[in-house]
Design a protein around this ligand. Sequence first.
Ligand code: EPU
Length: 418
Amino acid sequence: MDKIVIQGGAPLIGEIEVSGAKNAALPILAATLLSSEPQTLLGIPKLMDVATTKKLLQRMGAEISEQEGVHSVQVKTIKSCEAPYDLVKTMRASILVLGPLVARCGEAHVSLPGGCAIGARPIQLHLTALEKMGAEIKIEHGMIHAKAGKLKGAKIYFDLPTVTGTENLMMAATLAEGTTTLENAACEPEITDLAQFLNACGARIEGAGTDRITIQGVAALKRASYRVMPDRIEAGTFMIAAAITKGDLVIRHGRAEHLASVIEKLRAAGATVTEEKDLLRVKGGAVHAVDVKTLPYPGFPTDMQAQMMALMSISDGLSVVTETIFENRFNHVAELRRMGAEIRLEGNHAVIKGVQKLSGAPVMASDLRASASLILAGLVAQGETEVLRIYHLDRGYERIEEKLSKVGASIRRVKGAA
Ligand code: EPU
């Protein structure tokens, strides 16, 4: 297993580029199952989760090629409508094939994703909504078996906003008979991106990005060419890299409109953030303590909570970070403590007393954003930090060590480490 070794202390200065968004690329790739036509996709990041999704689609009959960053995906016929446990267990987002498969072939057999490091992560909202559209759903031997004739438009109210649930139902509804409305839908920009791709293919979706989405079913989707949106969480992670190292980074493809809550908090924490079209500039200064509470979009993203906590570890005061989306998303806390952070957990609150310096240590990440938080802490810590188990990082950050070293970080990947 690879590890990342960082010598902390260098301010990051220069220009850094954001890749295409993982959480937009995954549903958009899944959406190619809805059509027999070839789709051209740009900006798909090179990540483990993308590789897993491609493998899953290929098992289902997709022909996928890539040339100079342009993906071509065509699913002429669905050869298998099964997402087996060996792939689902490595990536929960495999559940995103459920909606498209039922819509296109009237059945799907998808391994039920289990819990993961950050929480139980149930999917019953996806299932009850599909039932409302006429699917019959059974769970047997750890598999979800869904069967339907033609799905029928329905009025669906989500008990709480679910990102992949909204995406699954939006995809299913594109080929359904009649009109579907999704109420209390999630509003994340990745949902708007998926809707834009589907509309480019001829779907009739309105309201994506709001909590009420209307989808008028169409008979078939046609070919399209689409560029995936930039990754707002990667951009946010780089913003914190600038703030925590007291550096000065120009973040290309950092979209201010997707990051309002993060920009607001970073300004309150003492960073200078300048917004321009398709780029953000962040200059670090003295780090002030701020309180942060994660919320569904446009609130502060849970996917930025761990990184923000790394920054608060070296603030000038006391801050409280509250996690409201996932019940167990504090995996980074014990590891940050090993680096000298003073953090106390009280239920879903982390109380952080800023310290003057962190010290490098070997640390182990147990989920994707926790890994990013440890990298950020390593960038400012005195001495050497070794981040182990970085396969989590490779699921969601493209060439992170290469990008960070280009702007002055002393960071390298050691291949095949324990
Ligand atoms: N929930 C339910 N029942 C359901 C579905 C969700 O109770 O049927 C709960 C979840 O347990 C959680 C909340 O609703 O407490 C929100 O979960 P959601 O369904 O929105 O999460 P998700 O769709 O599984 C996506 C991202 C996550 C991100 C969350 C929240 C993808 C592929 N994944 O997950 O990304 O944290 O939304 O924004 O889009 C990451 O990239 O590191 C990551 C974990």
